[in-house]
Design a protein around this ligand. Structure first.
Ligand code: DGT
Ligand code: CA
Ligand code: CA
Ligand code: ZN
Length: 581
């Protein structure tokens, strides 16, 4: 079990305690322990094995015992005691965004609600309005959140599925009877969420491979069918399908199962127009009596596309959004790659709400091979994140100047730019303390508060910030949280037009829960002439590697490196920033 698993378990117990109206200090001690453990450098299982859990600050005997029991049995006496009084269904209610322990306790006590279905029914029937602190608006928002919760049950974030897919593919490739193997479907197209995981392997002994795969440790509920297919579930319930094909068909099967369905339809129709037929086994000629003739391609994707006179099309583009016409015109984009990224322009330190120090963030970025980075703690107005006032910005500036001097003498070199993630306030003004603008290398504007305005006001607010001449970039422009919060009401096309006019960059926030701008908006932005910046918005060193997910989203948006300011070298970036000031 990982540190994150243990932290999540402690948080869950804290949730249950809150529902049970337990002592607030005890609840807080569980929450703090969870936070400490998730930020811990060492493996919690090792520490537990050494019997030194209580040496960790904030972990007393009680919590240490809960952790030990959880590591040994997957549960604990504390949790079981709570679950005896409060049904496990209440934990599902807690997963509904905006519905915290207090509200869960209230509907449980007053209305006996223990399931999401019952809660939805009560909200739809207007039975929640009479409860203290709830109204018609609460019910409306709740119904929306429940819809998102259901969507979340159907689909998982790409970042949850992809590492598992990569691990399974590595294990398949290592099997002596397997030639090539690859994941397909939405995971390979790098869609932000994934329904089920599709895997593909080439083998001359498909039954042997299927038998072996059916016994693999992380698969549950396994079904085997026809000796060429295995289906099962990952822990948590996500479906996995493995198909095993002959090597001569691997490319055709990979094209077919990568999809998208719409892309497949387009290439099948193209094949038909050329007197060919295409399926998951290969590309074939068609005989005079309309039968399948000779196989002309199938072993590799390149062969399959070549057989219908197309260049290979990157999976991220296979969404039937004009990629086939672009391929025919020789106008497929040269998609940005992770290797193109030279820096990360949004990250937080302990100065505001980050977990690591300035030095730790810098060192981690140097290890990633970046030549420069931008430190962007929150501005004063974001009190919950301990935002920086004028004095603290000045102090941080001195710290960065000193660290830059030190880093300048080390190889490989790293240069730190001093930025700020400044709140865009309710009236569209930018939260820049006196004197800050002059000190900073750049300013990111971001909306963090006051979401539920109408579209006109929200759009004006962001456009005003863009036109202010004080911001160089807009962070997470639509504010969405995948599977949890819809974008705020905002006319993104107006925002894009304003950003293009004022040469303000728009962020592709690489955090797997955000991916904001998304693929479609990123493409519109580049078309409109905007610069983009792919930023991890890291709040710890571990989050820096989320860059890959931002790049994937950019690739789905047909984005090339030249549009992305953090793919530029430092000189180019500095020149662009200087021109703007
Ligand atoms: P997901 O799982 O909902 O995230 O999305 P996909 O794209 O992985 O879809 P899935 O798992 O239903 O099917 C995998 C691929 O198989 C899909 O992208 C294209 C191909 N495929 C599935 N059904 C059909 C079909 O009826 N016609 C064609 N042409 N292709 C299909
Ligand atoms: Ca799928
Ligand atoms: Ca599937
Ligand atoms: Zn933050």
């Amino acid at each position: 079990m990982t540190n994150e698993d243990v932290a999540a378990e402690l948080d869950l117990i804290a949730d249950l305690m809150e529902i049970a109206n337990a002592n607030v200090f005890r609840v807080r001690s569980f929450r703090r322990a969870a936070e400490t453990i998730s930020g811990l450098g060492d493996d919690i299982t090792d520490i537990a094995a050494q019997g030194t859990l209580t040496d960790i600050p904030g972990i007393g005997k009680g919590i240490a015992q809960v952790i030990e029991q959880y590591l040994a049995t997957g549960t604990s006496d504390d949790k079981e005691a709570l679950l005896a009084d409060y049904p496990a269904g209440l934990l599902d209610l807690l997963r509904i965004s905006g519905f915290g322990p207090k509200k869960v306790a209230l509907v449980f006590k007053e209305l006996g609600i223990t399931t999401v279905d019952a809660l939805e029914e009560a909200a739809a029937a207007g039975r929640l309005q009479d409860l203290p602190g709830m109204g018609e608006k609460t019910e409306e928002n709740l119904l929306k959140s429940i819809a998102l919760y259901r969507e979340g049950q159907q689909r998982a974030l790409l970042a949850e599925v992809l590492p598992v897919a990569e691990d399974l593919i590595e294990r398949l490739r290592a099997h002596p009877q397997v030639g090539e193997a690859m994941y397909a479907g939405s995971s390979r197209r790098c869609r932000e969420t994934v329904g089920d995981l599709d895997l593909l392997a080439a083998s001359e002994e498909p039954a042997t491979v299927c038998d072996w795969f059916a016994g693999i440790d992380i698969l549950e509920d396994v079904t085997l069918s026809g000796d060429t297919k295995v289906s099962g579930r990952l822990p948590g319930g996500r479906q996995v399908d493995l198909r095993v094909v002959a090597a001569e068909s691997f490319g055709a099967a990979l094209v077919y199962f990568t999809g998208s369905k719409q892309h497949n339809i387009q290439i099948r129709e193209r094949a038909q127009r050329m007197g060919l037929t295409i399926n998951e086994y290969g590309v074939f000629t068609v005989t005079e009596d309309d039968q399948k003739g000779e196989m002309v391609a199938g072993a590799t994707e390149e062969d399959v596309y070549a057989a219908i006179e197309l260049p290979w099309i990157p999976p991220e583009l296979r969404e039937d959004r004009g990629e086939i016409d672009a391929a025919l015109d020789g106008k497929l984009p040269t998609l940005i790659m992770l290797e193109d990224i030279r820096c990360d322009l949004q990250m937080h330190t302990q100065a505001s709400d980050g977990k690591a120090t300035l030095e730790q963030m810098a060192e981690a970025c140097r290890e990633l091979g970046y030549s420069h980075i931008g430190i962007t703690d929150h501005s004063e107005a974001l009190r919950v994140a301990n935002g920086l006032d004028a004095d603290r910005i000045k102090a941080q500036h001195e710290q960065i100047v000193a660290l830059n001097e030190e880093l300048g003498t080390q190889e490989p070199k790293l240069t730190i730019l001093h930025g700020l993630e400044a709140d865009i306030l309710g009236d569209g003004s930018v939260d820049l303390p006196d004197g800050a603008f002059e000190l900073l290398d750049y300013v990111i504007g971001a909306v963090h508060q006051g979401f539920s305005e109408d579209v006109r006001r929200m759009t004006d607010r962001v456009v005003k910030a863009i036109s202010s001449g004080t911001v160089d970039m807009i962070a997470h422009p639509t504010g969405r949280i995948l599977l949890q919060r819809r974008p705020y009401g905002l006319d993104i096309h107006e925002v894009i037009a304003a950003a293009a006019e004022h040469d303000v960059a728009l962020e592709i926030n690489a955090s797997p829960q955000r991916l904001d701008l998304d693929d479609v908006d990123s493409r519109s932005a580049v078309k409109a002439g905007c610069k983009l910046s792919i930023n991890t918005d890291s709040h710890s060193t571990g989050m820096l590697t989320n860059m890959r997910y931002g790049v994937m989203q950019a690739r789905r948006g047909w984005v090339e490196a030249e549009s992305v300011i953090n793919a530029w070298d430092l000189k180019h970036l500095r020149a662009w920033l200087a021109k703007r000031r």
